[in-house]
Design a protein around this ligand. Structure first.
Ligand SMILES: NC(=O)C1=CN([C@@H]2O[C@H](COP(=O)(O)OP(=O)(O)OC[C@H]3O[C@@H](n4cnc5c(N)ncnc54)[C@H](O)[C@@H]3O)[C@@H](O)[C@H]2O)C=CC1
Ligand SMILES: O=C(O)CCC(=O)C(=O)O
Length: 387
């Protein structure tokens, strides 16, 4: 039996991926796996049972990745599974910033009792006129799953699109529309574009990247869109720029006490991935990742351990070791197994940064003493045996 805990509401489509061997539990401490969306896990204690956390979404800044790695907990996310949902809302955000759709709808609601509303509309509407996206320059910072979709959709809308991503993956590069201009520096985006949208993860190096200096380089009347994370933008600098008319609108998916209610800020309550399709895709992918790891030891889409796949666990016993990425770990494992007269049928050893993952298939049983010896090896963080 495997036990899982959901820290947020997770789509039933994902939960249905679990077989009858999986039971929900109400406490994280009792879980083998946790499914989470945006709930913050930084202050949580995990206990010794937890083996995997699956973030049903992309951003993992709500999870203490390093602490999890040190505790031998593999953290997964679901890359790309909600990208289309976010892309569509970014396009909506650009439209809301270009034409005063919100002001216009509010006017209609305020005048709902007006028996002459059809006639009065024709007089009032000039207050809500705007501009079109066609022909405007859009800068996309971060060309991952979401950035690529936004950039390509904007091309279809007739926009002149610039993309900036110094770490762009080969897949993303292949998927980009050929007409998208390659910005070699982020400053080029700031200086050239009428609309700027950011799609980078929140990390120590990206936090506060849109600050007063960056805004200083932007065109007067620029529209800034943030569907990535609030901390990427220095909100006080944005407010100054909104007041000065330097930024026309700041469209953000992240309400904070600082930005909410500010004139010119269009604040959406984190709805980017809140579509049936995105929620189902993320939940399904997260549940599959957990099953594959718990039942077979395979890791796919982890953000703190290397991906590693030895296929379905067959008749053999599978030993899984999560450890620091340092020399002579394999030597110690194979010595312990050899001393127990165990034959290795298959082996994989993968690393990612400071952490490594070794999977060993053996064609006999392993004694509890040998397991304890493997656990006692310095720099081993967790040992699992799947029989
Ligand atoms: N509003 C919402 O509901 C959602 C928000 N997000 C946020 O959007 C972010 C991006 O999501 P995805 O596109 O799915 O992630 P992704 O991992 O596919 O793409 C991120 C891209 O940013 C690039 N990048 C990293 N640092 C950069 C820098 N300094 N300058 C330029 N590019 C840089 C990477 O090379 C990568 O191509 C997530 O980390 C998350 O914070 C994601 C999904 C839903
Ligand atoms: O689960 C959600 O609604 C949040 C999505 C998100 O921000 C992400 O995937 O990074």
């Amino acid at each position: 039996m495997y036990q899982y805990h959901c820290l947020n509401q997770i789509s039933d489509v994902g939960i249905q991926e679990f077989s009858e061997e999986y039971v929900p539990v109400s406490r994280v401490e009792d879980a083998d796996a946790v499914l989470v969306r945006s709930a913050s896990m930084h202050e949580m204690e995990f206990g010794g049972r937890l083996k995997a956390i699956a973030r049903a979404g992309a951003g993992v800044n709500n999870i203490p990745l390093e602490r999890c790695a040190e505790e031998g907990i593999v953290v997964f996310n679901t890359p790309g599974a909600n990208a289309n949902g976010v892309k569509e809302l970014v396009i909506a955000g650009m439209l809301l910033a270009s034409r005063d759709i919100i002001g216009g709808i509010n006017w209609v609601q305020e005048n709902e009792e007006d028996g002459n509303i059809a006639k009065d509309t024709e007089k009032a509407k000039k207050a809500f006129a705007g501009c079109e996206l066609d022909g405007k320059k859009l800068g996309v910072i971060g060309l991952g799953a979401i950035g690529v979709l936004v950039a390509n959709a904007a091309v279809s809308l007739g926009m002149d699109v610039y993309g900036y991503d110094p770490y762009v993956s080969v897949d993303s590069a292949w998927n980009l529309n050929r007409s998208i201009r390659h910005a070699k520096t982020v400053d080029e985006i700031y200086k050239e574009c009428d609309y700027i949208t950011i799609h980078v993860p929140a990390t120590e190096s990206t936090k506060g990247m849109i600050d007063g200096n960056a805004i200083g380089l932007m065109k007067k009347g620029v529209v800034l869109l943030n569907f990535a994370r609030d901390v990427l933008v220095v909100e006080e600098a944005v407010i100054d720029a909104l007041v000065a008319g330097k930024i026309k609108h700041y469209v953000t998916d992240f309400p904070t006490p600082v930005i909410t209610g500010v004139k010119g800020a269009i604040v959406i309550p984190h709805l980017g991935a809140s579509t049936e399709e995105s929620e189902d895709n993320c939940a399904r992918m997260a549940a599959k990742e957990i099953r594959s790891y718990l039942e077979h030891g395979n890791i796919r889409h982890s953000v703190n351990y290397p991906d590693s796949d030895m296929g379905f666990k067959g008749e053999n016993t599978r030993i899984l070791l999560l450890h620091h990425n340092i020399p002579n770990m394999l030597g110690q494992f194979t010595r312990i197994l050899a001393e127990d007269n165990i034959n290795i049928a298959d082996l994989s050893n993968k690393s990612k940064g400071g952490y490594a993952y070794t999977m060993i298939d053996i064609d006999s049983e392993i004694t509890q003493e040998a397991i304890e010896e493997l656990k006692a090896v310095k720099d081993v963080l967790k040992v699992r045996v799947i029989r």
